[in-house]
Design a protein around this ligand. Structure first.
Ligand code: ATP
Ligand code: MG
Length: 480
């Protein structure tokens, strides 16, 4: 084999001489490449599967199997390959063309050898639930129950990951299902959590998923997204979090005679992922095909969080509660539920089944909790309290122009009132503020003498203007 290898080297050596001036670039790349596994140029399998690769110049590696096959074909065939180059129209291909044919995003990170790999979150390192919640409090306003449930679930999950060897008592995975109206902070909560824990997070939409073989993303693509978020480091990905948003959109379709490829089938396909199994995922792509290398990821320790707004779920709950009420003697309770704002928190597994989720699916999400809709008070808090509150962002922007920006409390209330009417949760806040801040952001930099701007309720309601004060003229009662 090595003789043949040499032969090949000689053939290519002429080409390599031409590339001499590129040496510096190549060196740099080499350093970078060390972290990634080699991938066979022909069959695209990683080195961990094929065994030691043959290195050709320009970062081309070929696995022993493919090398052997090529030689077998050459020696077994009828053709005289030595004459190939003399034939009209045949040129020696340029090695330069082959460079970087396999992009880095399709390669898998090597397992680090020698150094002992310790878990990302050591059991002693996992902060206690109350500490996780305290951190969440800095960013997320309200949603006390959701934050508490989440902190405990995450704490238990990573405790389970860290204590890998289980005796008879195996701790089950704490996958979660979050239910809450739009704009109440579901996605935001998960994003914040992943940032705090410093674990890879993949956020995907259930809407694009379909059963394998149909147009759309395969279910396994959620795992390959996580792999990408973990820089193709399989071990890191295996401890990450996958957030599947809009989970209500894969409810069973009602009254269809066709195959439900994006509803019930997706739920079924997801079952084995949720529970923990080895899945073959494409590296650096959403779907499997011949050109993409595959790798195996175990989802046993991946935390799945599903979230959705579940529109109309409240009606299902109401119907159930009303039925119970009319059977008993307290029929007058009936319209009490119509005005109950937190009706969602009374959700049960039967309600979710009535909505169209299959029992096996819900069963694999043992922790179910709801988020409340945001009311005026919470919206005001969201405006000013979180670490990166919207008001703070604008204040900082204007501070760069050495202008102080203040909001009267009454103005904040007016913004919140407007936002509640829009019924899109905290998302409405940004749109409203953006609207009236446009004029201010446009006018202020024009005039150097302006020192402070105070936003009032009448300005928000469009009946007046902001209070503008020139430098050195600040009124004492408006300070602070
Ligand atoms: N409780 C909250 N505390 C602080 N900010 C919040 C809160 N809820 C929402 N926000 C803000 O509103 C934005 C939108 O919220 P988010 O994306 O979490 O909505 P969602 O619940 O996922 O809605 P949807 O169901 O439409 O996806 C966030 O980026 C965040 O800035
Ligand atoms: Mg969302």
């Amino acid at each position: 084999m090595s003789e043949k290898d040499n032969m090949n080297h000689n053939e290519l050596e002429n080409e390599v001489e031409k590339v001499d001036d590129k040496d510096v670039v190549v060196e740099d790349q080499k350093k970078d490449d060390d972290e990634y596994e080699k991938v066979c140029f022909i069959c695209h399998r990683p080195e961990s599967q094929t065994g030691k690769m043959m290195d050709l110049p320009n970062h081309i590696s070929v696995c022993p199997d493919c090398m052997q096959k090529s030689f077998d074909m050459m020696s077994g065939g009828q053709m005289d390959y030595s004459q190939l180059l003399n034939m009209p129209g045949v040129q020696m291909f340029s090695v330069d063309d082959l460079e970087n044919v396999i992009p880095k995003k399709q390669k898998i990170k090597k397992k680090k050898e020698g150094e002992e790999r310790k878990p990302i979150l050591d059991i002693k390192d996992i902060p206690a639930p109350h500490k996780i919640k305290a951190k969440l409090d800095d960013f997320v306003v309200g949603q006390e129950y959701a934050k508490k449930a989440m902190s405990v679930a995450v704490y238990n999950h990573y405790k389970r990951v860290a204590t890998d060897t289980m005796d008879d008592i195996e701790i089950e995975k704490s996958n979660m299902l979050m239910i809450g109206p739009t704009g109440c902070g579901k996605t935001y909560l998960v994003k914040t959590l992943a940032k705090l824990l410093d674990v890879p997070l993949a956020i995907t939409d259930a809407t694009s998923l379909t059963e394998a073989g149909y147009i759309g993303d395969d279910i396994e693509s959620v795992v390959s997204k996580l792999l990408a978020a973990a820089d193709n480091d399989v071990e890191k990905a295996e401890q990450g979090i996958i957030f599947i948003d809009e989970i209500d959109k894969i409810a069973k379709k009602k009254n269809t005679s066709q195959r439900d490829v994006s509803g019930e089938s997706v739920q079924q396909g997801m079952l084995k992922l949720l529970e923990g199994s080895e899945v073959e995922v494409p590296v650096g792509a959403n779907s499997k095909n011949a050109m993409v290398p595959l790798t195996t990821v175990n989802t046993k320790n991946i935390l799945f969080i599903c979230g959705g707004a579940f529109p109309d779920l409240d009606n299902i709950i109401k119907e159930r509660l009303t039925k119970q009420a009319t059977i008993g003697f307290n029929a007058e309770l009936k319209d009490k539920y119509d005005h109950d704002k937190n009706i969602l928190s009374k959700v049960t597994i039967e309600d979710l089944r009535a909505f169209g989720m299959i029992p096996e699916f819900i069963g694999r999400l043992p922790i179910i909790f709801t988020l409340q809709g945001l009311d005026e008070d919470l919206l005001v808090k969201i405006l000013k309290e979180p670490k990166n509150a919207i008001l703070k962002q604008y204040q900082k922007l204007l501070a760069l122009d050495e202008v102080k920006l203040e909001f009267e409390d009454d103005a904040l209330r007016a913004i919140a009132e407007k936002a509640v009417k829009k019924n899109t949760g905290a998302r409405a806040l940004r749109a409203i503020i953006e609207e009236f801040m446009l004029d201010i952001m446009y006018e202020i930099p024009k005039d150097d003498s302006i020192g402070e701007v105070v936003i009032t309720r009448s300005y928000i309601e469009g009946t007046g203007g902001p209070v503008i004060m020139l430098r050195g003229q600040e009124l004492p009662q408006l300070e602070g």
